[in-house]
Ligand binder design. Structure first.
Ligand SMILES: C[S@@+](CC[C@H](N)C(=O)[O-])C[C@H]1O[C@@H](n2cnc3c(N)ncnc32)[C@H](O)[C@@H]1O
Length: 260
């Protein structure tokens, strides 16, 4: 059977990624609180990095903020443009996150949600990415990055099944299997393999995505920011909370960088 990518099926990708109803709105609300806490000026223009169909951008644009989203997937961008019809302040650009430029800079803030930043496993890509974001931001602008909590390097020597689930999207059943595959010990990364068998009423489609995941903790983000010479890490917030201590982080954390 020919294999596809889950990103060819934007609606199904959302249920596969276990997004809870209301989760995107909670994230947007937290981002706005972070901006209010760390910026002394109003946020009028924001950059959504690896935006997909930009669910966060759609909510912000509906409130009157001008949003630009970048993503490499034409299918995700097309879905975003369809969904955002009527919002002329949400613009999509097909770009790779590692190296990009935009027609206009001067953004007040940028964000990278959905724990995708660690796909950049090479140091050169991380630094070049941060410099591209810095070029897009105004001086003092914020870059908020959402990370999964990584509790230790994957030490398994062979590919292993990590999780197995069944989900539904209307009349479509999806069998999901997630594998972890090791790569070189010195890569400080592993491969997350997502396999979905999608049972449409009239056909079955198989998707397989191999996603490299760089081991990331706040200290390493701080190190990367310092290495650029243009960002500084000003805060790390666990689980969308200003109060919880970082060492009680349960699932995720948000790193906040300020452009110098
Ligand atoms: C998990 S989705 C998140 C989309 C969106 N931010 C959200 O919260 O729904 C990850 C997105 O990252 C994009 N992506 C992954 N690697 C990329 C790269 N190297 N350059 C540009 N986009 C990339 C994919 O196309 C996909 O749309």
């Amino acid at each position: 059977m020919q294999e596809h990518s889950i990103y060819e099926f934007p609606d199904i990708f959302r249920v596969v990624h276990m997004e809870r109803p209301g989760e995107i709105a909670e994230e947007v609300s937290f981002l706005k609180q972070v901006w209010a806490r760390h910026l002394s000026r109003p946020v009028r223009r924001v950059l959504d990095v690896a935006c997909g169909n930009s669910p966060h951008g759609q909510l912000l644009a509906a409130e009157g903020i001008r949003v630009s989203g970048i993503d490499r997937s034409p299918v995700m961008i097309a879905a975003g443009r369809r969904e955002a019809r009527g919002l002329d302040n949400l613009t999509f650009y097909r770009r790779k996150i590692e190296r990009f430029s935009l027609p206009q800079g001067g953004f007040d803030a940028a964000f990278f949600m959905s724990e995708t930043f660690p796909v950049m496993v090479e140091n050169a890509d991380v630094i070049s990415h941060l410099r591209c974001v810095a070029r897009a931001l105004r001086r003092g602008g914020l870059y908020c990055i959402d990370f999964d909590k990584h509790e230790g390097l994957e030490s398994s020597r062979r590919r292993r099944l990590w999780r197995r689930r069944k989900v539904r999207f209307h009349r479509v059943r999806i069998d999901v299997r997630e594998f972890l595959r090791p790569i070189a010990w010195h890569a400080a990364a592993w491969i997350y393999e997502l396999e979905c068998t999608i049972h449409f009423p009239d056909r079955t489609v198989m998707t397989r995505d191999l996603v490299p995941v760089r081991y990331m903790v706040p200290k390493l983000l701080d190190f990367a920011a310092r290495a650029t010479g243009i960002f500084t890490l000003i805060a790390c917030y666990p689980d969308l909370s200003f109060d919880a201590p970082l060492n009680q982080c349960d699932r995720r954390w948000l790193g906040v960088l300020r452009r110098l």
